[in-house]
Design a protein around this ligand. Structure first.
Ligand code: SAJ
Length: 429
């Protein structure tokens, strides 16, 4: 089967690099997005997201006439769906977040009119188990004139597979090519065709399974990481209580040949690891006890950090009786959801900094070397300053993200400061 024209639905952090990669390897690619700004930006050969090396690939693909962006789907041989899978709104505090498949349903509805016999539809969005079958049901409902794998098996007009994206933000261009792919077809032929398609540019192995296992594989990978980070975060709280340096402890334990503990931090951020485990918990709440607990441990870490700041303020005032709360300057180091990126979405560091700015009667400074200006939405009481200014002006320093710039700071400057270090950077300087 040769796929000459490929359509990618959803031109975000996964869809756009995937579309650009197919175009770079000679396919005609039609990218579809509901966001007019994204469509216009891409059609100018520019990008609306931050991802290293992607701009040049998109620019060339558009200039070569291999990639165009549109608002409404057009006919193609294969459709890749890379839309968000968020949660439904939480009704009562403590409820288990439930996945919202509305964007997958909208994508299915949008491509249905242009589907034709022989087309392949791949769901790439991270999805709860059963979502690919659900998408196939929606397509069958919208196109009763076509046959689908559920009713017609290997003889179906349309082939359907789940092939979850697994690339690390910041390394997408490299990982898209080099990572192995899990290919979960609804039938063997669906898997075969999806494998043929990805082999256009994937140098890793394309490993075939069924759709449900492919869905669960992706959720498992991110849940595994979440559980491991929760272990590290719990250790940091235990060590704080026992007056033990958790960073030294972990580096000692990791000298054991079969131990590899991850790093504690202010909490787990981003759009994947803090979300995907809930898809397992929502489906199997009675069984997924450890995964559920890990989520709660990681989600509660920002509150623990906030309490450390409150205690530090109280102790500072006792040690400096002539000062009042209004005289205290707090500096927060890092806003991004992980090191060396500018992505502030779903960031525990950002949430903690906002909460501090609201609570702190004095001045709150922020250092974030990866951004030029603070977003308008941030608390007006925050001021973005360089590291040196923050260190000289602040009484309490809160390390939140281990950006490379912070690793190079002169430790001598930190003398006489109250330090709360959630990343163990300054103890390692
Ligand atoms: N974090 C820690 N301690 C650690 C490692 C990470 O606190 O030792 C925190 C980070 O600071 C960050 C969060 O976890 O707040 C997540 O960061 P990450 O780098 O672990 O992962 P993501 O969210 O950028 O990307 C993950 C990747 N999944 C795995 O590594 C299993 C990526 O391969 C997936 O494609 C991506 O999720 C996704 O889209 O699902």
């Amino acid at each position: 089967m040769s796929f000459e024209t490929i359509s990618v639905i959803g031109l975000g952090y996964i869809g756009l690099p995937t579309a650009a990669m197919f175009a770079a390897y000679g396919k005609n690619v039609i990218g579809v997005d509901v966001n007019q700004h994204a469509v216009d930006t891409i059609n100018r050969g520019e990008i609306h997201i931050v991802e290293p090396d992607l701009d040049a690939i998109v620019h060339k693909a558009v200039s070569d006439g291999k990639l165009k962006a549109v608002l409404t789907p057009e006919a193609a041989d294969a459709f890749l769906i890379a839309v968000p899978t968020p949660f439904l709104p939480i009704v009562n505090e403590g409820d288990i977040p439930q996945p919202d498949l509305k964007y997958i349903q909208s994508a299915a509805k949008a491509i249905a009119p242009v589907l034709k016999k022989g087309d392949l539809v791949i769901l790439e969005s991270t999805s709860p188990v059963g979502a690919t079958e659900k998408m196939a049901d929606w397509l069958a409902e919208y196109r009763t004139d076509l046959t689908f794998p559920k009713t017609n098996g290997e003889e179906s007009d349309i082939r359907i597979a789940h092939c979850p994206e697994r690339v690390l933000p910041g390394h997408v261009v490299k990982e898209l090519v080099e990572n192995d792919r899990v290919i979960g077809g609804l039938t063997n032929k669906c898997s075969e065709q999806a494998t043929d398609l990805y082999k256009t540019f994937v140098q890793g192995d394309c490993v075939v399974t069924n759709a449900r296992t492919a869905e669960m594989a992706k959720l498992t990978e991110n849940s595994c990481r979440d559980v491991q980070i929760a272990f590290a975060n719990e250790l940091s709280i235990i060590c704080d209580k026992l007056d033990i340096d958790v960073w030294e402890l972990i580096s000692l334990a990791n000298r054991h040949p079969r131990i590899n503990i991850l790093q504690p931090g202010p909490g787990v951020g981003g759009h994947c690891i803090a979300v995907d485990p809930w898809f397992i918990v929502a489906k199997t709440p009675e069984q997924a006890r450890l995964i559920h607990t890990a989520r709660k441990v990681n989600d509660s870490k920002p509150l623990w950090v906030m309490n450390k700041v409150k205690v530090a303020i109280a102790e500072y005032l006792i040690a400096n009786p002539k000062k009042t709360a209004k005289d205290i300057t707090i500096a927060c180091f890092g806003l991004a959801f992980k090191p060396d990126i500018d992505d502030l979405r779903e960031s525990p560091a950002l949430n903690i900094t906002q909460a501090i700015a609201t609570m702190n009667a004095g001045i709150t400074l922020v250092v974030e070397p990866n951004i030029v200006n603070l977003p308008d939405s941030l608390n007006k009481r925050l001021t973005l300053v360089p590291s040196e200014v923050a260190i000289s002006d602040a009484d309490i320093l809160l390390m939140l993200v281990d950006h490379k710039e912070f690793k190079q700071l002169n430790k001598v400057l930190l003398n006489n400061k109250v330090i709360i270090d959630t990343k163990g950077l300054w103890s390692k300087l």
